[in-house]
Design a protein around this ligand. Structure first.
Ligand SMILES: Nc1ncnc2c1ncn2[C@@H]1O[C@H](COP(=O)(O)OP(=O)(O)O)[C@@H](O)[C@H]1O
Ligand SMILES: [Mg+2]
Length: 395
């Protein structure tokens, strides 16, 4: 006869010190008088199952303790699990307030969330930002990674999402961008002021000096030939300085940029450089096609100015090509030189390279530099609208 069943799980140490788990399922054999005779049953090695169970416990506690808000939903997007961070971030008192409710409840832009769910169903995952809604109705920005969880046969089991509060980060980014924009505007204003002052003080004084010197050397005065010659040299120097001051003023604040636009200012820049450094600047800019916003025009102009200067000063280039185009809502400026090149990754970044990158960041664009001996290319791309002259002649 058989007696009661016996089920036990226990561990044993193997000779080399490892732990193995076993499960016995046995019954006690008894004689007619009910005295135990022995055990009959099966012994299973359940080490692997135990290991999996322990792993699950570890993972569960990791999810519970995570600083990220983590939620699971069934395939119809009803919450089946939320971790404490989720409860806290969304401003609830406990998970019981949330479980069973629809995921939509916790997001402010619902149509967006539906797109996310569709993406997760079709592609298996989605990462991006969403606007979330707290229990009290207030909203905040979250960075979300959502996944479809599948079983070993690939069948969908549930949806998983982890979320991080990025409100503060986004605010700081916006404030930074705003500060950068204002700094750039202030810098431009300062340059414009300097250019004006230089033009009106030193520039005007030089013109007056030149007139006085010419007058001194004039036929009305009786001067010795050496003196006339010396005065003529001074007048010539005055002319040179007047020319130079004009150049400096234009560099500080190119009046063409404001009145005629970026394309014309780039033409001006090209001819200035052609005269000054003997550099051939080939421009393939179609001028007066239209205008970009003032911030974009000034940013691209300053980048062109710096890139051409670098090509001459550092690259010792004798050919620089400047191109400006507008395509698919983006303006693109490319400055290519045939100089000796440099390694943009290891070069000590001076004010110039940093300024170029910063200017592009401030207007939401990007700067890309590639260089090898004989070919350096600086490319600035920025999303911007082309304002056609007939649409808005003043701007
Ligand atoms: N077109 C170029 N050709 C060769 N080297 C360049 C070029 N542009 C930049 N560089 C290198 O990168 C460095 C940093 O440039 P930049 O930030 O403009 O600083 P700065 O011009 O004030 O020295 C330069 O010192 C130079 O070594
Ligand atoms: Mg420079």
């Amino acid at each position: 006869a058989t007696g009661q069943r016996l089920e036990v799980e226990y561990r044993m140490f193997t000779r080399d010190g490892q732990v193995r788990w076993f499960r016995d399922e046995a019954s006690i054999l008894r004689d007619d008088a009910g005295r135990p005779l022995g055990l009959q049953g099966v012994m299973y090695d359940i080490t692997e199952r135990k290991r999996a169970e322990e792993e699950l416990i570890v993972r569960n506690s990791a999810i519970e303790a995570s600083l990220n808000a983590i939620a699971l939903t069934d395939l119809k997007c009803h919450l089946t699990y939320v971790n404490p961070s989720f409860v806290r971030l969304w401003g609830y008192d406990g998970p019981e307030e949330l479980l069973g409710r629809r995921g939509l409840t916790f997001v402010a832009d619902r149509s967006h969330l539906q797109k996310v769910v569709r993406a997760v169903r079709s592609r298996g995952h989605w990462t991006g930002e969403l606007v979330a809604r707290r229990k009290d109705g207030s909203t905040f920005d979250v960075l979300v990674a959502a996944n479809m969880v599948r079983d070993s046969l690939g069948r969908p089991v549930c949806l998983m999402a982890s979320a991080l509060d990025v409100t503060e980060r986004k605010r700081a980014e916006a404030a930074m961008k705003d500060a950068q924009r204002r700094l750039t505007a202030a810098r431009e204003e300062e340059r414009r002021r300097l250019a004006g002052e230089l033009h009106d003080s030193v520039g005007q004084a030089l013109v007056a000096m030149k007139l006085a010197v010419s007058d001194l050397a004039g036929p009305a005065r009786s001067q010795r030939p050496q003196e006339v010659e010396a005065l003529a040299r001074v007048a010539e120097q005055c002319d040179g300085l007047i020319h130079e001051i004009r150049g400096i003023c234009r560099g500080l604040y190119p009046p063409t940029l404001e009145s005629l636009g970026l394309a014309s200012a780039l033409h001006q820049l090209a001819s200035d450089f052609r005269a000054r450094a003997g550099v051939e600047v080939r421009h393939m800019v179609r001028p007066r096609e239209g205008r970009f916003s003032p911030e974009v025009e000034i940013a691209l102009f300053r980048i062109a100015q710096e890139a051409v200067t670098n090509a001459v000063k550092h690259g010792l280039a004798d050919r620089v090509r400047l191109t400006l185009s507008h395509h698919a809502g983006r303006a693109m400026l490319t400055v290519t030189d045939n100089g000796r090149g440099f390694d943009p990754k290891t070069a000590a970044k001076g004010v110039g390279l940093n300024m170029m990158a910063e200017r592009m960041r401030a207007v939401g664009g990007e700067l890309e530099i590639s260089s090898k001996p004989g070919c350096t290319r600086v490319r600035a791309r920025v999303p911007t609208r082309l304002i056609l002259p007939e649409q808005d002649p003043k701007s």
